[in-house]
Design a protein around this ligand. Sequence first.
Ligand code: MTE
Length: 333
Amino acid sequence: MLIRKHNLLDGSAIPTSEITPQAKYEQYKRLSRRGLLTGAGAVAATALGADRIADLLAPSNRVHASTKLETVKSPLTTTGEQLTTLQDVTHYNNFYEFGVDKSQPAQNAGTLPTRPWTIKVSGLVKAPKTFDIDTLLKLHPLEERVYRHRCVERWSMVIPWVGYSLSELTKQCEPLATAKYVQFLSYFDPKVEKWWSESGIRWPYSEGLRMDEAMNPLTLLTFGLYGDILPNQNGAPVRLTVPWKYGYKSAKSIVAIKFLSSQPPTSWNDQAPDEYGFYSNVNPNHDHPRWSQKYERRIGQAFYAQQRTTLMFNGYTDQVGSLYSGMDLNRYY
Ligand code: MTE
């Protein structure tokens, strides 16, 4: 989303030396579970390096000291490409409630209160329901799914998400036959998300899917990444991941789901309808009014690395192409 100031659209802003390798991250978590400041922890901390420890203990990183989620491998993992580092996944974010710069959510989202947390389900359902986050976590086995993540701003990542198909929750919601769309609303508290006024978005953040898109098995109700619960800046404690659509369709920190008969208003479409459509399928043949969507840059690669060709539906045509047969995707962008 390009409304105001932005960082570079590639990973060059973060020198390779600053990237926390997953192994170090695991080591850090083991230490923090045992109590980093005890004698044994202090010895190991020395081995890690004082600067790195200071970095890991910084408020922006504390959100990672979290519980591992039990996962099963998923047949719906859809890419064998190199994973984007945890450091990049958690420090190059769009979460405008916590600031418009990519680095701000990691610095500011630590105050997001992720417990207690509920999702209220309403609208065209047999009966309204409220799901507690801990109930949701046990509703279905959690899967690890590696998906491509393509932002409308032309950067991309490859992320091992943790969750299960949204359809598992949708079935529990018992939507009526008249429900044709689903709306997702994010948490909004201006006292916590003090950066809300920087972007001009009408809050709370709202996104929507057509019912068949919501029921597609690829649409992931996401609770974690890299085997752990979601860091706050990535949309804790529960978000959506819709891998064939531009990143903004994936609402973070969801508190309400509504089943509707007509298309719900969505935040970016509301802000600039000619730039951000309701569908927002990744589509190299439909340019954004201000730039081509034919190419993308993988975050973490050097600035001079060759750009990648963007794939139709982000490479998920086999799974989702049929949802749009007969539709003019230049009109329904
Ligand atoms: N959800 C909320 N509530 N607020 C936001 O600003 N940004 C969207 C989406 N979900 C956003 C949001 C955009 S523009 C993108 S690209 C993705 O989240 C970014 O997800 P990531 O930070 O985990 O990569």
